[in-house]
Design a protein around this ligand. Structure first.
Ligand SMILES: Nc1ncnc2c1ncn2[C@@H]1O[C@H](COP(=O)(O)OP(=O)(O)OP(=O)(O)O)[C@@H](O)[C@H]1O
Length: 249
């Protein structure tokens, strides 16, 4: 399978309007097609800022990002249909059902009615939501809501999927189901970029990570190389070694 670069991030810097400091400073990273790539770091490190820039929600102040599929750079017009984003906040309408939500968000992409209907049934099935497909989402547990959020980000079968804390606030069963599903779509060819505060989850799930602190990349590489190179017994151990034990409130 081709495994060239999927995303090239060059010198990306972000300073929010009216901020005194950069939230990201000269970030350079390469993410490859087969990667499950973790953006990790303490509170306020710049993870959400970086993932929001990568999926095009906010612009960088400086720097450049290029996206590739099978070695060909994708144009800015194509990005919307090839990139997918699952935000930390719920991105759906609580008073609608999963089916209605997926219909609504699916209509924003150029899918035919028939294609959309097949895709919705497929996602509901794969994410264990078929039985509740016609119930309003506000009645759902945290885990079910997370799975609806995920289904919406995947409705157009993106080649590159960004997820900001996709398993926050869910029980072990839903967390397991979400990670297993993401592993499956990664094996089938989807590049995954994700942020998380769950170190054991990230250690198992990601093959590569960038550790970010105060807007800068402080470590980057393959999970096992990084652990061995820093004499760390676990990702949590590495994290504490490189970012310290002080609170980041
Ligand atoms: N809209 C904004 N305007 C000004 N500053 C912001 C804005 N959003 C984030 N910041 C600042 O940028 C820095 C990075 O924030 P960001 O949310 O990217 O961190 P994070 O690593 O995702 O943190 P967390 O783990 O708490 O979600 C922080 O200092 C934050 O206060």
């Amino acid at each position: 399978m081709y495994n060239g670069p999927s995303i090239q991030i060059e010198n990306v810097t972000k300073r929010y309007k009216s901020a005194q400091e950069d939230s990201l400073s000269r970030v350079n990273l390469q993410i490859n097609e087969s990667d499950v790539y973790g953006l990790l770091g303490p509170n306020g490190a710049g993870k959400t800022t970086l993932i929001s820039i990568l999926c095009g929600i906010i612009p960088p102040s400086q720097g450049n990002i290029a996206y590739y599929i099978n070695g060909t750079e994708i144009s800015s017009q194509e990005r919307r249909s090839r990139l997918g984003f699952v935000p930390q906040e719920y991105a759906f309408y609580q008073e609608l059902t999963p089916k209605q939500n997926l219909d609504y968000f699916g209509a924003m992409y150029n899918l035919s009615k028939a294609e959309l209907s097949v895709r919705i049934d497929e996602l509901l099935e794969e994410l264990g939501l078929t039985k509740v497909a016609d119930k309003e989402v506000f009645k759902f547990s945290g885990g079910m809501k997370r799975r609806v959020n995920l289904a919406i980000g995947l409705i157009h079968k993106p080649a590159i999927l960004f997820l900001d804390e996709p398993t926050v606030g869910v029980d072990v069963q839903s967390k397991n189901a979400i990670i297993k599903y993401l592993e499956e779509i990664n094996k089938a060819g989807t590049t995954i970029v994700y942020t998380s505060h769950h170190m054991s989850e990230a250690e198992e799930f990601c093959n590569r990570i960038a550790l970010i602190d105060h807007g800068k990349v402080v470590a980057e590489g393959g999970m096992s190389d990084l652990l061995a190179g820093n004499d760390a017994s676990s990702l949590q151990d590495l994290f504490i070694k490189l970012t310290g034990e002080e609170y980041r409130d």
